[in-house]
Design a protein around this ligand. Structure first.
Ligand SMILES: N[C@@H](CCC(=O)N[C@@H](CS)C(=O)NCC(=O)O)C(=O)O
Length: 266
């Protein structure tokens, strides 16, 4: 059987979510990394819709990160799975994952790109911070393209995701609400979002929140958001200190490089 191929934009949080699940399950794969915008034809050629991640498997392409999680998880015995076998526990995890995928993931992206686009006090677009980070892992030719074209690429991205001040503010409020809901769950039980067991809810929450938190265990660690300066770095400091932010950082520390078949450490 040929080795599965994961088409990505390496720093994308939806790609990180899929990569983490594959790493955790011990599935071997090769990552085919591209810079934003150049990724689109590669996604389509791989059988995706234009977005990433796409996992090309011997059984066909998987063009949704949620499908990749379920596919990787199915290779594991039930006690090690991200999705519990018990139907009501499974329904709870599915509902949380769906909420994070539809709410948190897109809102984190919108807020982060909006802040990048305006830079500190509206002065800059921080190409110095972002271009080396956004090009990591991609072919040299694409990295050059990104360096030359960063400003128009960012403008396209800002337009595509509708990054206006009003929408960024609504996104911030939605992120806050999700953090509060996760914090309440942890306060009521824990140590994981669904209680005693580490599940897809924890992996998806941590990976989709990661662009706000810059966990050092991330395979493509983001530049320190404090470098954005101004209100954005104060906001990031609040998310990092929030119980849900602390949970995501701990999830990275404890689980990001642990295979499902290895003993838990904490
Ligand atoms: N529903 C998709 C969302 C993936 C997604 O939004 N990917 C972004 C990167 S974070 C993307 O490819 N955006 C660029 C595009 O759609 O062309 C999934 O979970 O796989």
């Amino acid at each position: 059987m040929s080795t599965p191929r994961l088409v990505t934009i390496p720093f994308s949080h939806f790609c990180e979510k899929a990569r983490w699940a594959l790493d955790r399950a011990g599935v071997s794969y090769v990552e085919q990394a591209h810079v934003p915008m150049v990724h689109r034809p590669y996604s389509k050629a791989a059988g995706g819709s234009g977005s990433v991640p796409v996992l090309v498997t011997a059984d066909g392409p998987l063009g949704e990160s949620a499908e990749i999680l379920r596919w990787a998880d199915a290779t594991l015995p039930e006690p090690s799975r991200l999705y519990p076998g018990d139907p009501s526990a499974r329904a709870e995890v599915d509902a949380l994952v769906q909420d994070f995928d539809r709410g948190l993931g897109p809102k984190v992206r919108l807020w982060a790109y909006f802040e990048l686009g305006r830079g500190p006090e509206g002065r800059g677009r921080r190409a110095d911070l972002i271009v080396p980070y956004a090009g990591k892992g991609a072919p040299a030719f694409e990295r050059v393209l990104l360096r030359l074209g960063w400003s128009p690429v960012l403008s396209l991205i800002l337009r595509a995701y509708g990054c206006t001040p009003e929408r960024a503010d609504k996104a911030r409020a939605r992120i806050d609400a999700t953090f509060d809901a996760v914090g309440e769950r942890l306060a009521a039980g824990g140590p994981w979002i669904c209680g005693e067991r580490f599940t897809a809810a924890d992996l998806v929450f941590a990976s989709l929140a990661a662009p706000l938190l810059s966990p050092p265990e991330h395979p493509f660690p983001a530049p320190d958001p404090a470098l954005l300066g101004g209100a954005a770095s104060e906001q990031v400091a609040r998310w990092r200190a929030h119980p849900a932010g602390q949970h995501a950082l701990r999830t990275y520390r404890v689980e990001r490089h642990r295979r499902a078949d290895a003993p838990a450490t904490a």
